[in-house]
Design a protein around this ligand. Sequence first.
Ligand SMILES: [Zn+2]
Length: 346
Amino acid sequence: MTRASRTLMSTTAMAALAASTLAASTLGACSPTTPTYRGEPVSVVDMHLHTGTWDDIPPPMQAFLAERFPFPVNLAPEGVVNDVLSAQGIIDQLDDAGIEKGILFAVYAPQTVGLTTNEFVAARVDEGGGRLLGFGSLPLEGLATSQHLRIDELRAAIESYDLRGIKLAHPHAQAALDEPAQDAIYALAGEKGVPVYLHTGNTPAVGARIEETSTNPRFLQRVIEQFPETTFILGHVGYDFIDHDVGDLDVALDLAATHDNVFLEASALGSAGSDPEGTNYGQILSAIRERGLASRLVYGSDGPQRPGFVKDYLQRTLAALDAADYELDEVRGVMKENLAGITSLD
Ligand SMILES: [Zn+2]
């Protein structure tokens, strides 16, 4: 697991990873089964996945994880973790869930959740045989003083690695959402025709900035209006991951309702660990539909986290969409077509 993939992971979730890894590692390859909604097949793309290696994890966290793996995996956890986050490990998770493709995120947040470079993501995408796509990123801290260099690097990465979007996580990168130095990122995204995914809402990650200026999507209003050609995906719809509350959901929905270039994503917040009864997830999905924004919602899980998570999150989501009374066409949009409208999935 990368530091990035631990972003939203609680201690409990890590213990669950440890407990489930041994069992899951003994399972064979599963044949893909297309998911269904009200009896009809639905194509799914998971637009929010992480990759990495054991070596990406700082030593204190390696020790923390190793203690929690069951015997005998605790003696050599490196191999198991590397398997889960490898290209094949992620594809096995997609197959298990019946998911067509997954998007891997680059992450530049060395102070908090770590580093998954554009180059690393590109290598995993290459290994994925068409099943994996990538979103690039760049370091935000100190951007004002090295803007041209970093933007040029990101541009080169998007072009040479055929990246399909840009991922930013301001709280983890210890940056504010409204720093003018970041305008060049949004201009680049508009020019290249790729969406920008932004973590919105807070995070329990140690060292992350939880001030409103880093978490509340209202601080994106200026750039959303200044860059109408750029698509903004408000990740986690402003969720409060510390108090497990809908947080700034209304702000995210207001922005989407008033700006055609705003999309919504609701990964991680509806997991069994975060929202056991699905109450918050159901409320959020209902609110999106009631506001007439089902066509702006794109599906992501924030996996793989642990073996089985990718499938579990999809099944929980399909059940929650059903409970919120989404129609089949709306679900097909959420699961793939809405995303296909804002970036190439080929
Ligand atoms: Zn994530």
